[in-house]
Design a protein around this ligand. Structure first.
Ligand code: SME
Length: 161
């Protein structure tokens, strides 16, 4: 794991270091859940988040299903348009939520979650296949630097999803 300690000031630098590291970490010859498992461990422990994980769209295209994550036990299924995850899927865009109590329909898997970011995962045809959900125990954790950094990191998955 790269030895980087994120602060508000060095986020862009941290994402750059992670990007180079993840390029080496992902191995297209291994199952997707293997690659996702190490990726969420890396993000979770670098930033010390409350919860970090993937939800992937089921094969019927009806709901998101829990995939590799780090943190407390979580909801296993989320419908399209439901909660922040379902909304990011439906809108095919990243959603930053500074205060989860102010997001209508937020699904509270853990009462410790105060803010979150959900980033859609696109395949190489540009279709949404899942989302990355990150929850923080503090308010207002995520900003545009996180959106850019995470979207760029997830682009490394588009050929292996
Ligand atoms: N925060 C999500 C639910 C999933 S858990 O937080 C892990 C949402 O409202 O979409």
């Amino acid at each position: 794991m790269p030895d980087v300690k994120p602060t508000k000031e060095n986020k862009a630098e941290v994402y750059e270091t992670l990007y180079e590291y993840v390029k080496g970490l992902l191995d297209s010859s291994l199952p997707l859940i293997t690659n996702m498992s190490n990726f969420v461990a890396l993000l979770h422990h670098t930033f010390e988040y409350h919860w970090t994980g993937f939800y992937m769209i089921n094969k019927e295209g009806t709901e998101l299903v829990l995939y590799p994550f780090q943190g407390p036990v979580a909801c296993t299924k989320i419908g399209k348009g439901k909660g922040v995850c379902g909304a990011a899927w439906e809108r095919a865009t990243t959603i930053v939520v500074p205060n989860v109590d102010e997001f209508p329909g937020h699904i509270a898997c853990s009462s410790f979650s105060k803010s979150e970011i959900v980033v859609p995962l696109f395949d190489n045809k540009g279709e949404v296949v899942g989302v990355l959900d990150i929850d923080s125990a503090e308010l207002d954790t995520f900003d545009d630097e996180d959106r850019k950094g995470l979207e760029r990191l997830l682009s490394l998955f588009s050929d292996i999803v």
